[in-house]
Design a protein around this ligand. Structure first.
Ligand SMILES: [Cu+2]
Length: 156
């Protein structure tokens, strides 16, 4: 399923590539150092996931190039996702998830653009918004997107 999910997702995190370069060229770097390098200069935005929306749900305003560390806390009783993409990419992902759900599988793997968070768990998703435009962070568990489980991200 992973390659399928990848096809419409638009960006890789340059931070990960940079960390890999440091690892291959320099002295050994610990996991903690890598995590720090990735989140250096990041703006932290906390989102709480409940059944079935994000709090707060107000539009997030960003500047192009902003690196954002999303802290995603699932306080609901259901698993929730946080997937970053344009509204068109969200619609495509929604269709894929509905198709996967029909096959009896509705949990996606974590990618640089999205994570699946179990009830009671917290996950971090760090993302660089290097394009201007409208994006969303959204959940594609069955019916959640339709119910409005998304936050608009406006990048200028
Ligand atoms: Cu959800």
């Amino acid at each position: 399923m992973r390659p399928l999910l990848r096809t419409h997702l638009f960006a890789r995190r340059p931070g990960l590539f940079a960390a890999a370069m440091v690892l291959s060229l320099g002295p050994p770097v610990g996991l903690a150092d890598r995590a720090m390098a990735q989140s250096a200069g990041a703006r932290t935005i906390g989102l709480t996931m409940v059944d079935s929306l994000y709090r707060p749900s107000s539009t997030i305003q960003l500047r192009r190039g902003d690196r954002v560390k999303f802290v995603l806390r699932n306080r609901g009783k259901l698993p929730h996702e946080a997937v970053i993409g344009t509204p068109a990419e969200q619609m495509a992902h929604e269709k894929e998830m509905v198709a996967m759900g029909a096959m009896g599988a509705n949990a996606m793997s974590d990618t640089p653009e999205g994570v699946n968070v179990k009830p009671g768990a917290t996950k971090i998703l760090t993302f660089v918004f290097n394009k201007a435009g409208k994006f969303e962070i959204a959940c594609h568990q069955p019916n959640h997107y339709k119910a409005g489980m998304k936050v608009t991200i406006d990048v200028r």
